[in-house]
Design a protein around this ligand. Structure first.
Ligand SMILES: [Fe+2]
Ligand SMILES: [Fe+2]
Length: 243
């Protein structure tokens, strides 16, 4: 497994799939080849933990390791995974990206006026995502986890401030759509997160970070919309049929 102290060259030599990950994060395979991973990430203001996590995922796939199968997890374990991996990414990355966007906009909006709007959209995304994950963690996820516990001990479904789990789920899906619109706007304004040739290191790091965040959010929303929520609705209807 790759470590923060290994150089970019050493990692690429021992793990061919690292090339794709480094390109995705805009790590320069020539100029940064001899730097330890931690230093290369620091230069681009990237989270070294996030890069190591992506390298480990790619290494797992390369070795034909058993891939992550969310359907095989209990609802409680799936929720734990979503919070630990994806909500953690929201809390770690969005303030960092918002701060970088403010700096880049202050420095370069004369040359690229869209940077002002990009900074505004990232802040909107941060506010919307913070409120969203808080509702999931405080209301919906505990309810789903409790419902699963109830199903095991054959008790009636947990009491809540809503009539059916479909209500908060519908609300969360609407919010996923709203943040999807913000990201679509960001993709348009940044031309798919491609930094211009004159961009400074912070500008490049911002776009690379946004690209990585977008990919994480896609997986995050997929796990909720396509796996967790349908299974929770199914479980609720089974519990209602029992009572
Ligand atoms: Fe979530
Ligand atoms: Fe969500």
């Amino acid at each position: 497994m790759s470590t923060a102290t290994q150089s970019i060259r050493e990692i690429v030599t021992s793990q061919p799939s690292a090339v794709g990950i480094f390109l995705r994060f805009d790590i320069d395979l020539c100029l940064q080849a001899d730097l330890p991973l931690a230093r290369a990430c620091e230069e681009l203001q990237l989270s070294v933990d996030q890069v190591i996590e992506k390298l480990a995922d790619a290494a797992g796939k390369e070795l034909g390791a058993v891939t992550f199968d969310p359907e095989s997890l209990s609802l409680g374990r799936l929720i734990q995974h979503i919070v630990r991996v994806h909500h953690h990414c929201v809390r770690q990355e969005l303030p960092r990206l918002a701060e970088m966007a403010t700096k880049v906009s202050a420095k370069h909006s004369d040359r690229a006026p869209e940077l002002t709007k990009i900074a505004e959209l990232i802040e909107n995304l941060r506010v919307a995502m913070y409120a969203h994950i808080q509702k999931e963690e405080q209301v919906l996820f505990p309810f789903i986890a409790q419902m699963e516990q109830d199903s095991i001990v054959a008790h009636p479904a947990a009491h809540a401030c809503f009539r059916s789990v479909t209500q908060p789920i519908f609300m969360m899906e609407q919010e996923h759509e709203s943040v999807g619109h913000i990201l679509a706007e960001l993709i348009g304004l940044t031309k798919h997160f491609e930094a211009p040739s004159w961009a400074c290191a912070t500008h490049r790091a911002l776009f690379a970070g946004l690209r990585a965040f977008e990919s994480d959010l896609e997986q995050h929303v997929h796990l909720e919309n396509d796996v967790l929520f349908p299974r929770a609705i199914q479980l609720e209807s089974e519990l209602k049929a029992r009572s």
